[in-house]
Structure formats: C-alpha cells, structure tokens
Design a protein around this ligand. Structure first.
Ligand code: AMP
Length: 187
C-alpha cells in the first residue's frame, strides 16, 4: 500500500496527474477542494459553513478541513492506497494526516511537489477559465488562492523535506513526461 500526497499551486496540473495516477495504481482519490465543492453544490450544513470562505479564495479552517478528511478516510477502510490532492495545506493538517495514517498502521510514503512558476500558473488558469468557469477563478479570488499557496501552503514542504519524504518534479512540460517522473518516485 502506497499513500501519496500531490502538492502544487492551483493550476499546477494536480487534477490531470491525479487522473492518470488513479488509472495506473488504483488509488482512492481524496481532493478536499472537490469535497468542499460537492458540499457547497448540495447545500449541506458543511457546504453552508464553507461557501463564503471558498468563494473568497481563502483556506477553510483546519478544524473543519481535518474533520472532513478524517470522515473520508473512515469511509475507505479497504483502500489500496490514497492519493491526497489539495491536502495538507498547513502543517497542522500534515501532522493530523500523519496521525490518522499511523492509527491505521500506515504512513504517507511520498510527497510529490509539482514545481510550477507563478507566471505559468496564471497563464494556465486563464486558459482553464475559458472552458470551466469555476466561481472561485474570478480574478481577485484567483489572486487570493495563489497567494494562499505561496504564503501559507508552501510552508508544509519543509515539514516533509526534513523527514526525507519530499520529491520535487518539474511541472512544466509534457503531461506524459511529468507523469513518468511521478511514477519513478512511486517505484
Ligand atoms: P482546490 O480546488 O484544491 O484549489 O480547493 C478549492 C478551495 O477549497 C480552496 O481555495 C479552499 O478554500 C478550500 N480548500 C481545499 N482544500 C483545502 C485545505 N486542505 N485546507 C483549507 N482549505 C481548503
């Protein structure tokens, strides 16, 4: 069983690479962004709590995010392996994830950081907006999401680096080349 965190700014290609990794390895995909979007779309109690935060492009508080993540883990006791996408985004989330994995005698084996410059991220998101008009992709919200990544989320990387679990992959290039680099890390 291999558990993987896919890390990178909005627009780094996490979604595209996740699809390919799931097809190859059979991971259970946990995207906290997708889960939050599901809750807001279905107007659940949780969705009501996070809607405004999400629309502003800010991070949802750890307490809410970690509780939702735990619930999702508990729904999948038979998983061959998990692929975490968009989680963890804070050190508190990373620590909670390690705790949950340990409770199941498991671990996060690899953290793959897709390295993409801010300019490239902005160009890609501008293109994506033309096809998939996500509400939070509007200009100011987008700026907020990108700065949340570069100001807050990026601080999770040293946590994994110190423990030798971090692998950086150049996220600029052909989709398949990037995919092969990730597969090599997984082994
Ligand atoms: P994403 O699609 O991963 O960029 O997530 C969309 C939005 O959901 C983010 O801008 C945050 O508001 C919220 N979100 C998703 N994952 C997390 C997380 N791990 N921690 C806090 N907020 C999150």
């Amino acid at each position: 069983m291999v558990n993987l965190v896919l890390f990178g700014p909005p627009g780094a290609g996490k979604g595209t690479q996740s699809e390919k990794l799931i097809a190859k390895y059979g991971f259970v995909h946990i995207s906290t962004g997708d889960l939050f979007r599901w809750h807001t779309k279905n107007d659940t109690a949780l969705g009501k709590r996070v809607k405004e935060i999400m629309n502003s492009g800010e991070l949802v508080p750890d307490e809410i995010t970690i509780a939702m993540l735990k619930e999702e883990l508990d729904k999948n006791p038979q998983a061959k392996g998990f692929l975490f996408d968009g989680f963890p985004r804070t050190v508190a989330q990373a620590e909670a994830l390690d705790r949950f994995m340990q409770e199941n005698n498991s671990a996060i084996h690899h953290v793959v950081a897709l390295e993409v410059t801010e300019a490239e991220v902005r160009a890609r998101i501008a293109k994506r907006k033309l096809i998939d008009n996500r509400a939070d992709d509007e200009e100011d919200k987008l700026n907020k999401r990108i700065s949340e990544y570069f100001n807050k989320t990026i601080h999770v990387l040293p946590y994994y680096k110190q423990q030798g679990r971090l692998s950086a992959v150049n996220g600029i290039g052909e989709i398949d080349t990037i995919f092969q680099s990730i597969c090599k890390i997984i082994g």
